[in-house]
Design a protein around this ligand. Sequence first.
Ligand code: B12
Length: 215
Amino acid sequence: MEEIYMGLDELVEAVVDGDGDKAKTLTEQLLDDGVSPVDLIENGLTKGLRLLGEKWDAGEVFLAEVMLAVAAFEEAKEVVKPHLKSEETGTLGTIVIGTVAGDIHYIGKNIVATMLEAAGFTVIDIGEDVSVENFCSSVNSAKPNILGMSCLISPALHQMKEVIDELKTRGLRKGLLVMVGGPPLSSDYAEEIGADIYVTDAVEAVAKAKEAMGR
Ligand code: B12
């Protein structure tokens, strides 16, 4: 057991160091050792990025290091992905997910999308810097059970309310659950703008989405 935790710590380190080859090899090893794919994503890969985020905030790393870590994360995530497959593939409901206009951060959104898909949802990822118009037209055409919106930068936060208001204006809000996430949010803010579900991480996103679908 201790060895597994050490392995996860090493994986966190490999992501922070932006060492894609090491992150991939360690991920394969840990999967072979029986570590669950969800554990690998949450307590290995995502933990690495969070740690890097803290270093970035403290001015301890450069942009190039951030980009290397993101690349290492993505490479290792591809190794985990096939192991995440659920038996309920696509049957739990449909989710449209995107990052709001003015915001190009996609890592957190992608993790949430991957985990929801793995849990058995059909996920339609409409990307980042998504306009109010695109959110609304995607909801109109895909008729999802849940709309997920991500935001990492405070100046773009108001976009979430604009999407929710426009959905109401177009008669698309009824029967749709709106789930929001991202570090500048709070549960109070989510409530204030009229969102239904607020979560802080991908594991919680899966739990709450399942709960909302009565599963
Ligand atoms: C990586 C990064 C970048 C990368 C982005 C790569 C990419 N395309 O995604 C690059 C270098 C390009 C970048 C650019 C910028 N960034 Co930046 N970036 C970060 C950094 C270091 C990490 C973010 C990250 O990926 N975290 C890891 C993921 C896994 O965590 P997460 O996003 O929180 O996601 C989890 C949860 O929040 C939740 N979640 C997230 N979304 C959703 C959605 C749903 C539906 C649900 C249910 C859950 C959920 O689940 C996720 C998984 O557990 C943060 C620092 C930090 N401390 O976070 C700054 C940070 C977010 N960036 C910041 C800024 C300001 C910028 C820039 C404006 C910088 C600039 N001056 O140019 C630009 C953005 C330009 C734009 N228009 O968007 C600020 C935002 C401050 C603020 N509150 O406004 C931060 C906080 C850094 C800082 N302290 O200044 N950035």
